[in-house]
Each structure stands twice: as C-alpha cells, then as structure tokens.
Design a protein around this ligand. Sequence first.
Ligand code: FEO
Length: 402
Amino acid sequence: MHASVCPGVDWVGYVDWDVRDFHGYETARGTTYNAYLIRDQKTALVDTVKAPYHGELLRKLAQADPPARPDYIVCNHAEPDHTGALPALLAAFPEAVVVCNRKCQAALAQHYQTSAWQFHVVAEGDELSLGQHTLRFIDTPMVHWPESMFTYLAQAGLLFSMDAFGQHYASSGRFDDQVPAETLFFEAKQYYANIIMPYGKQVAAVLKKIAPLPIQTIAPAHGVIWRSRRAEILERYGQWSSGLLCPKVLVIYDSMWGSTGRMAQAIAEGASRPGVEVQLLPLRRTALVRVATESLDAAAVAFGTPTLNREMMPAVAAALCYLKGLRPAKKAALVFGSYGWGRGGPEELYDRVSELGFEVLGEPLKAQYRPSEEVLAQCRQAGQLLAERAAQAAQRADRGAD
Ligand code: FEO
C-alpha cells in the first residue's frame, strides 16, 4: 500500500501490527517504520525500515509506477529501526548514495559493513536539489541520537522529522485526520515520555530552530503523518519539553502482603480533592511505559515498597531505574512502605528517589508488618500535602504560561 503525502512524495513504509516489545517499550498498538519516496529528476528515499521488512520496502519500490530506483537514500537517524534495511537496499541499488551527516556516517559504519557504500555527507543547512524539489538538512542532536537530523522539503512545506512527533501506533490510516484524535495524542504523549523525555532541552532548541519554517506536513518515522493537527502536536511538544506539570498525584508502589498497598490507598484517599487527579499504579500490574507517561506531567509522586531481603521490591527498583534514565521534570515526592524484622526497603527507596532530583518531603512513612490506624492517618495527611504541592506546582505553571 502506497499513500501520497503530497504531489511527488509517497509513503512506502511498513505497518508493524505485531510488535509488542520495542526494545523494552511495550507497544500495545504496534508501530510503523515510515519511509518516504520522492520522485523528481532524481529519486530520493527518506529513511528505510527495520531489517526484517526490507523485502516489503523493495516490493513497494518495484511496484511503484514507474518502478523506483533511488539515486539517494537519506538517512536521518542511524538507529536500526530506520536503517536495518539499508544493506539490502544498497545491495539492490549499489549506485544509490547515502545522504547523512558526519556523525551518522560514523554510526552507520559501526552498525554495518559500509566500506563499499557511497556517501554524500551533509551539514546543518546544506541543500540537495532533486530537480523541482530541494532537500534541506537540519541537525537535531539527541532528538533522538547524536546524529539525528530532520530533512525539510521547502517546496511542499514538508518536514521529515524522524523520531520526533512519532507514535508507536499501527493503523490503517496514514494521516492524523484518519485516526481517533484521543488515541493519537495518547500514543504521541506515550512516545514522547518513553523515548524523547530525557532530551527536553534539545527538543526546545529544535522547536525554536524550525519555528520560522512554513510547515504544512510533519512526516515522522513512526506512526501517522501530521497534516491537520500539526499545530497541536507542535504545541504539545512545547509543553512537554518545558516540563509543564499538571495537578496530578501518582502513587507508584508494589506490595507483598497488602500492607504497603493499604498505605498507598490511604495516601491516595488523602490526596483526593477537587481539581487534583490521583492515580494508583501498582507496579506488578502496570507497564513501565504507563508509569513513564503518567510521570511526564505529574506534579507529585508517592513511591512505596515493602522490604524484601533488606531491599526494595524488584518491580520498584525496575521502575526507579527506568525513570532515572528518562529524567522526568522535578516534582514533589514521598516515600512509604512496610517492613518486618529487618528494615531496608523504604530506606533504599528513599535514596533512589532522592537521586531522581525530586523534592522528597520528610522521612519515609513506615509500618512494621501491618499499618496501624495511626500510620494510615499519617498516610492520609501526607497525601493531602502531596495534593497541595501538586495544585501549587500546576498554578505556578499556569502563571508561567500567561
Ligand atoms: Fe525510531 Fe530512535 O529510532
């Protein structure tokens, strides 16, 4: 299936309905690997697909009318989900020239045997004429890798944005107005939180860099193409990259015999008040992608664990490890949990949460074996405090946005 993006430009990617684990990211709706074919005096392919689907891409090129032989293959990003098909493509089209920046060339050489490949190395602002169409290259370091770049097709106002603005979202529609908006923005947010969140400063710099460009269409490397809602996704990237916080309290925890769970419930009960959203996320039944997505804009988080062999529970350790790498915006935090005869879980968790750079409110709230009514009352009180902090943080964000 081809899809015309605009005159002279077709989508020739692959819709991966099957994938449920994208290097650890739970992709409940699958994903797509988007490649784009530009037909002009010269033919260019922008990005490729994951290695197992190279045959599908070659078939699409062969079935194009007339069949397409790329003169150029633009490589915006070296990660294998977009370059895995390169060796097969260059075997089929040995005359094709790989267009990429210097860092990308080096990264490709570390992934593949590239000694026989022809390269055209580009730098920030360089242009490449295909005839009627001219490609302009825009470096976007760390969105998502050091070599990442956008390619801009000025005549069409079309931005090939590689991972940025992407979604892990397999769908029959190729465009943003052909899928449900709520699902689309949920998947775009989830993608941002789990892939792009550590690079908020770099995203803000890229948004500033592309702001003067007339953009009609944003064609990412994953998910659907933005043509009707491009202003909305740009605005949301602006919010997410700025670390904007919402009046939302998360209670992220694991429990063994229910004691830490009871404390979690009491904290959530205390935090519940009008205007503040509260979510309980029991870790052994909650995917890490959801924990990250909710953490993107929550203003306050309570983390809880019982003590297992003097340590926190493995599910809690995994969540903290995951969040630490993603570097969510700073927020108010609270630590709680239970223990039996040996202390360790909540204390260990307190240290790990402090390493996230969050403002940890007070010492860990602890219960030996079972939380007493007194401890549960303390939990409700702590929940109230978290809700107040969440509401205050959101008000500050609102004032900052005015
Ligand atoms: Fe879709 Fe960073 O690769």
